[in-house]
Structures are given as structure tokens and as C-alpha cells.
Design a protein around this ligand. Structure first.
Ligand code: HEC
Length: 157
């Protein structure tokens, strides 16, 4: 009799767990519009960096030959507005931009400069970096033109 009682108890608990655990998720699945694939983890997004454009106003950047004038303008902006937290070639409060063209797309970089708050909250790479650096990058209020100049400077590093 004891054992039947405990079997009954485990069944009851199992039913309860399924009922409680499952209901929320199931409802979401039913009523949410057909959802996109689940967001990438930081590691997956880093591995897929060539397809990661970030979130923000920049959808497509065409890169030609490096324009030294534009790069120089970008360096000036960078020294003025970014070096509180970034050094060109070593970690400071944030990572160094040296070699960034080999790990981020131009679109992602410009979106990070122009839209750092949303990138830190919603972009898989941005979120992972926030965890690592534990500082939200400050929006320095650059125009798209300025951000493009800084990108050109990054290409020279
Ligand atoms: C308040 C400090 C701060 C300032 C000012 C700042 N950043 Fe950042 N930046 C960070 C931090 C911290 C990160 C790492 C991501 C995070 O934690 O949100 C970062 C990340 C980045 C990244 C991504 C780097 C990578 O390896 O993926 C780029 C690009 C960047 N910053 C560019 C800039 C530029 C350009 C400026 C100036 C216009 C600037 N940042 C100003 C703190 C700052």
C-alpha cells in the first residue's frame, strides 16, 4: 500500500510539474507571431561574425581603398571622444580596435559607435561584451559621417 501511495504521489508531482512548467511556454508559442530563430549566444555570434551587422541605422557599408584623409579625420575624432575608454592597441575600459576588421563587420562597428545602448542590450555580441567589460559604452553622439571616418581610421590600425 505504501508503494502505491508513493507512486501516486510521484505521478501527481509529475503532472503538476508538466502543468506548471509547460503552460507559460506553450501559450507563448501559440499566440506569438511565427518567431524568428532563437537569438544566438555570444559564442555563436562571434563565430558567425561575418554575418553580424548589429542593430542600428547602418545596414550596408561599401569599403573601397583606404582614404587617408578620412582616416585622419577619424583619428582626430577618436582621440577626442573615445580614448577615455579605448587605447588603439591595448585594452582599457573597452577593447582595443586594432585588428577589429578581422572580427567585426563595418556595419556592426558603426552601429556599435552610433547605437551602443541597444547593442549592449540586444545584440548577441554586444551583450556578451557587456558581461565581459561590465561597462556600457557611452554614446558619444557621433554623426554617421563621423562614425564612418572612425571606421576608416580603424582600417589603418
Ligand atoms: C565610457 C567608456 C567608453 C567610451 C567613451 C567609448 N567606448 Fe567603445 N566601448 C566601451 C566598452 C566598455 C566596450 C565593450 C562593450 C561594452 O561593454 O558595452 C566598447 C566597445 C567598443 C567597440 C566594439 C569593439 C570590439 O572589439 O568589438 C567599438 C568599435 C567601440 N567601442 C568604439 C568606440 C568609439 C569609436 C568611441 C568614440 C566615439 C567609443 N567606443 C567610446 C567603452 C567606451
Amino acid at each position: 500500500m505504501k508503494s502505491i501511495g508513493s507512486i501516486f504521489l510521484s505521478v501527481a508531482i509529475a503532472i503538476l510539474m508538466v502543468a506548471c512548467g509547460g503552460s507559460g511556454k506553450k501559450d507563448k508559442g501559440k499566440f506569438a507571431p511565427p518567431t524568428k530563430a532563437k537569438p544566438l549566444t555570444y559564442e555563436e555570434a562571434v563565430a558567425d561574425w561575418k554575418n553580424q551587422k548589429g542593430l542600428g541605422p547602418i545596414k550596408h557599408v561599401e569599403l573601397g581603398e583606404i582614404d587617408p584623409e578620412l582616416a585622419k579625420k577619424g583619428e582626430e575624432i577618436y582621440v577626442l571622444k573615445c580614448t577615455a575608454c579605448h587605447a588603439p592597441d591595448k585594452e582599457k575600459l573597452g577593447p582595443a580596435p586594432t585588428g577589429i576588421m578581422e572580427r567585426r563587420t563595418p556595419e556592426w562597428i558603426m552601429n556599435m559607435i552610433l547605437n551602443p545602448e541597444e547593442m549592449a542590450m540586444k545584440d548577441p555580441i554586444g551583450r556578451g561584451m557587456l558581461v565581459k567589460y561590465n561597462t556600457v559604452m557611452a554614446n558619444q553622439g557621433l554623426t554617421e559621417e563621423d562614425a564612418r571616418a572612425v571606421l576608416e581610421y580603424f582600417r589603418t590600425l
